[in-house]
Write a protein that binds this ligand. Structure first.
Ligand SMILES: [Zn+2]
Length: 77
């Protein structure tokens, strides 16, 4: 089913256009609504907890392992 149900839209996101939802591949593109750099994490408006090591915790409790962006060094994990 296409995600047209508004139930999937976090109430905290009031941006237009709406930010990517937590189950989207571009979830990190959502706006940061609460930044805690001293603790190493930020809360995105789609409910995702984004850690500075690129790990994430989704609103449904799913944990996303860190996936550092390649910086052009040719290094691969
Ligand atoms: Zn938003």
């Amino acid at each position: 089913m296409p995600p047209t149900d508004q139930h999937s839209t976090p109430p905290s996101c009031q941006h237009r256009p709406l930010c990517p939802t937590a189950d989207g591949a571009d979830r990190e593109a959502a706006h940061i609504v609460a930044a805690h750099p001293e603790q190493g994490w930020s809360l995105l408006c789609n409910g995702v907890l984004a850690f500075e090591d690129t790990g994430e915790i989704l609103p449904n409790g799913q944990v996303i392992a860190p996936h550092r962006r390649m910086v052009g060094t040719g290094a691969e994990a």
